[in-house]
Design a protein around this ligand. Structure first.
Ligand code: NAD
Ligand code: UDP
Length: 310
């Protein structure tokens, strides 16, 4: 049993992580400012004696005695991270500094939730961890991409300079229950549109690809990484290597929901990556991890969740 801090714990991924860590008997402290997360996502944990919630913004300092820190606080949907881009980059950079300072002060192990977005619009496909990426430094996605890249830099500098015990994961597109209905990311958008009978909005011509990981698989990988051998810092890709284009995803969602929605095409946002698929050899080797839940199965569970909230 450990004392574990989860920043962004009321968000989509964070809420699943908190639930799993609480179930395993750890003392879990969730920190969130509720920008995109909600108390609803974690309300069933409120009655647990080993769960605490602190309303706090990670851009401000925090000192709590813990053994492990999972740093997830940051809006992850383009719609949300572009709403206040200056705040987004501030959250990534100051959030990283504050969590690293905390880890340094109390000698905790700290894991950074980085992202496949550090590869930008990748010129190498699929993406191994060695690839340095192709990121526009001044575009509308940069507040997120560059913020996460700086956070990785800070993690490795704190490790080299102060011997802070770090772990860095690069998460690829993840989906599942507890995404908010207005999240704006593709899986939740398509499902909500299909359930409401609204048009399904494909941006661009739908040939761009993503590789979707069900949240339970991701959480398993995160916990394995946090508890991996001393000295293994990552970065390690965590994602499902099965690649789909957005048109195929839309058709799958229509089929699984039995919806009568029709597909419409909208303008592709600037700098939208054309392809994305992780190489997960490192995760397999170091963590003995690979995703087990196929897209159809994960979509069914996610659709069931959205049926209960839409
Ligand atoms: P989310 O938006 O659902 O969750 C983010 C959480 O962080 C929310 O609860 C939000 O309120 C909180 N938060 C935001 N700014 C904060 C701040 N300044 N202080 C405190 N809390 C703050 O997103 P998610 O999909 O759960 O993503 C969680 C993490 O995983 C993020 O760091 C994201 O970059 C990373 N990630 C997610 C994906 C994905 O596909 N879901 C992919 C790559 C990386
Ligand atoms: N997308 C889409 N329709 C939507 C939302 C997103 O076609 O309603 C596309 C988007 O342009 C991108 C892909 O789906 O090419 C994944 O978008 P998302 O925002 O989920 O994640 P990210 O682009 O950050 O990988």
């Amino acid at each position: 049993m450990k004392r574990i801090l989860v920043t962004g714990g009321a968000g989509f991924i964070g809420s699943h992580l908190c639930e799993r860590l609480v179930k395993e008997g750890n003392d879990v402290i969730c920190v969130d400012n509720f920008f995109t997360g909600s108390k609803k996502n974690i309300e069933k944990l409120f009655e647990c004696h080993n769960f605490e919630l602190i309303r706090h913004d990670v851009t401000k300092e925090l000192l709590v005695e813990v053994d492990q820190v999972y740093n997830l606080a940051c809006p992850a949907s383009p719609v949300h991270y572009q709403y206040d881009p200056v705040k987004t980059i501030n959250t990534s950079v100051m959030g990283a500094i504050n969590m690293l300072e905390l880890a340094k002060a109390v000698r905790a192990r700290v894991l950074q939730a980085s992202t496949s977005e550090v590869y930008g619009d990748p010129a190498v496909h699929p993406q191994p961890e060695e690839y340095w990426g192709n990121v526009n430094p001044i575009g509308i996605r940069s507040c997120y991409d560059e913020g996460k890249r700086v956070a990785e830099t800070l993690f490795f500098d704190y490790h080299r300079q102060y011997s802070v015990d770090i772990k860095v994961i690069r998460i690829f597109n993840t989906y599942g229950p507890n995404m908010s209905t207005n999240d704006g990311r593709v899986v939740s958008n398509f499902i909500v549109q299909a359930l409401k009978g609204d048009d399904i909005t494909i941006y661009g011509n739908g040939t761009q690809t993503r590789s979707f990981c069900y949240v339970d698989d991701l959480v398993e990988g995160m916990i394995r990484m946090m508890n991996s051998r001393d000295g293994f810092t990552g970065p390690v890709n965590l994602g499902n290597p099965r690649e789909f284009n957005m048109l195929a995803l839309a058709e799958k969602v229509i089929k699984l929901t039995g919806s009568k929605s029709k597909i419409i095409y909208k303008e592709l946002p600037a700098d939208d990556p054309t392809q994305r698929k992780p190489v997960i050899d490192l995760a397999k080797k170091e963590l003995d991890w690979e995703p087990t839940i196929p897209l159809d199965k994960g979509l069914e569970k996610t659709i069931e969740y959205f049926r209960s909230v839409v």
